[in-house]
Ligand binder design. Structure first.
Ligand code: SAH
Length: 238
């Protein structure tokens, strides 16, 4: 896990791992300041999608990891945030296990918590939320957004954090309000959390889409829904 962007949020173990690596396969969400910590003589390979390009299909990424490891190289698979939070880290670990390759998982600071934190939004707070739920906002083969039990989600009293949700923002809001959530519930969108160009938009749930459109906020961004979002006005610091 490379953390959400700010190189200061890379773990010590993560730093040790990337400095031991002969080859680093990274995503597009891994920021330049983190990539600069990779050894100068190591190979740096981007397997994530860049603007307008397609990402390397998952099975090819798996194959690249396996081939490099079998060639005797020390391999790091560097992912934005935490590798096991919507990062396909589990799938890649299964592949390595299937090939009898040894590996170690280095957790990272997930954007689901860090992006709100850098916007002054604590995902839990004794007065405002005693749970937080991290949900995919992405639709895949009929799964994803539509597979979410909206009736239950809309009734949760805690914080909701959606990743990969910007393209589906209108549907997410409709689903929540349609299943009984108060349209006045505080909400926020944090783009490029912990990066120098971090931006935050705050609005009641029902007005979020319009505000996001006005500000031109797109991916990568997290959507936060719940009373904690209103704390930003008091706690904003970054
Ligand atoms: N494993 C990652 C999540 C990968 S899914 C993690 O733990 O953070 C990719 C989604 O993560 C993006 O669509 C966006 O919703 C979110 N994301 C990743 N980095 C982000 C950042 N710096 N700021 C805001 N959202 C981010």
């Amino acid at each position: 896990g490379a953390g959400p962007g700010d190189a200061g949020l890379l773990t010590l173990r993560g730093l040790q791992a990337i400095q031991q690596a002969d080859v680093v396969f990274h995503d597009h969400l891994v920021t330049q300041p983190v990539l600069e910590l990779v050894r100068r003589d190591a190979e740096l390979i981007c397997v994530g999608k860049r603007a307008g390009e397609h990402s390397v299909p998952q099975h090819e990424t798996n194959q690249l990891l396996v081939e490099a490891a079998k060639a005797g190289k020390t391999v790091v698979r560097l992912k934005g945030g935490d590798p096991f939070v919507f990062g396909r880290g589990g799938e890649e670990a299964e592949e390595l296990r299937a090939h009898g390759l040894s590996y170690e998982v280095v957790p990272g600071v997930t954007s689901a918590i860090a992006a709100p934190a850098y916007a002054g939004i604590p995902v839990t707070h004794r007065d405002a939320a005693s749970s937080f739920t991290v949900i995919t906002g992405h639709e895949r083969d009929g799964k994803g957004v539509s597979a979410i039990p909206w009736g239950q989600v809309a009734r949760l009293k805690g914080t909701l954090v959606f990743l990969m949700g910007m393209e589906n923002l209108p549907r997410i809001v409709d689903n929540l309000v349609g299943h009984g959530m108060d349209p006045a519930t505080p909400a926020a969108v944090v783009r490029y959390g912990t990066w120098p160009m971090q931006r935050t938009v705050r609005a009641p749930l029902a007005a979020l889409e319009e505000r996001v459109g006005e500000e031109g906020i797109e991916n990568p961004a997290v959507i936060v829904v719940g009373q904690v979002a209103a704390l930003r006005e008091r706690l904003s610091w970054a």
